[in-house]
Design a protein around this ligand. Sequence first.
Ligand code: LLP
Length: 423
Amino acid sequence: PVPGFHYVQGRLHAEGVALEAIAAAVGTPTYVYTTEGLTAAWRAYADAFAGQDVDICYALKANSNLAVIRTLATLGAGGDVVSVGEMRRALAAGIPAGKIVFSGVGKTKAELAAALTAGIHQINVESLPELDALSAVAVELGIDAPIAIRINPDVDAETHGKINTGRKEDKFGIDFAHAGEAYARALSLPGLKPLGIAVHIGSQLLKTTPFRRAFGKLAGLVRELKASGVPLSRIDLGGGLGVPYKSEDAAPDYHAYARAIAETVGDLGCRVTLEPGRSLVAAAGLLLTRTIFVKDGLHRRFLIVDAAMNDLVRPAMYEAWHSVVPVAEPAAGAPLTEADIVGPVCETGDTFARLRPMPPVAPGDLLAFLTAGAYGAAMSSTYNSRPLVAEVLVSGDRFETVRRRPSFEDSLTLEAMPDWLSP
Ligand code: LLP
C-alpha cells in the first residue's frame, strides 16, 4: 500500500529489488529505504504548497543517513539541524548553508560559532541566555547572526506526551508572555539580526486543529511585534505532520495543512519555513529482520527476531505501533495466530508488538517492520553489544549499502585499556 514497497510474485520488493536479495547480500537486521518513497513524500508537500512561498527544511533528526539527505536535497529540500553533527551532515550531503536552519534548546558556543562560520540561513534561539551567548559569539567572529526566536505557544498538540513540545511546561521556546521582552533584548544586543519567529508544537499530528490553534496565536503575536517595530520577515512553523502507522489511521490531509497555514499566517508578509522530518521519510523505509525462533509457551506464542529495541526503539519508548508483514506473501485465507514479536535484548521492553495476529511464520522467515524510515536508524544504538544496524537505499533495480554494519573490531576502536589493567 505504500509507494516503493509491493509484492511481486509473492515476494516483497523495494521498487525492483527483492528484499530476500538484500537480506542475502547485507544480512539482517537492515533498514531499507526507497527513492520512490522519498520522492513521493516530497511531492506531497510540493503539490500541497504549490503557489505558496514556502521553504521546506527537512528535519535531519528523523533520518540522518547521508544518502537519504542527499536524495531529499536533490529534490530541493533545505535542512533543519539540531547539532553541529547534523549541520555537517547536511553540508556533506549537499544542502547549501543558505538553506539550513539550526534549532534546539541547548546549543553550545562552539556549535553557534560553527553555524555562523558556515553562514547558515537562520538560528532559532530558544532562551534569553542563548541570545546573550549568540551575541557574544557573533561579535567575536564579526558575523551578524540571522535569528528567529522560538516561541512556546502553550498549545497541546494532542500527541504522545514524549513528543508534545509546545505546552507551557515543555522545555522548548520562550514563553508567549516573554516574547516582547526577548525581541527587545535581541534588538538591543550587538551581532544579532532578529528577522524571524518560530514555533514547533510536537510530532505525529494527524489533525490540523492544533496547528491552526498554534499558528493563529503566533499570527496575533507577529502583528503585535511588527506594530512595535520588530522587523519580522520570516515565520518558521516547525514540523509535526504525522503519518499513518496503522492501515485504519487516516492519512493527514496535506491540502488542509497548507490551507491552515495560508489562512493563519498567509497575510503577514512573512516567508514561511517548514521543518518536516517524519512525514518525508517514515513510509519510505522498512526494517528487515529474520525470525530466529518461534517459541510456543503456555500463554503466548513469541516470534523472536534478530532486530531489537536497539535497532528500532519506538515501540519500547513510545508504545509505538509498526505494522509487521512477512516478506513471503501469506497465502490468501492463511490462518492468523496472535503472537508477541520480540527481539533478543534482555529486557521485557524489547517487544515490538503484543498479541499481533500473524500468518504462519517459521524460523528463518524474513519479516518487515513498515513505516520505519523515520526515527528508526537515527535512534539506533549498540546496546547489548549489538552492531549498529545497516542501511540500504534502493533506486529502481539497484541497491546500495548506505551504512555498513560495523564489524566487532570496528566496535572496539573507540575504547582503550588503561595501563594498569594491561597484562
Ligand atoms: N522541528 C523541530 C524543532 C523538532 O523538534 C522536530 C521534532 C521537527 C522539526 C520534526 O518533526 P516531525 O516532522 O518529524 O514530526 N523520536 C520521536 C519523534 C521526536 C520528534 C522531535 N522533534 C518518534 O520516534 O516519534
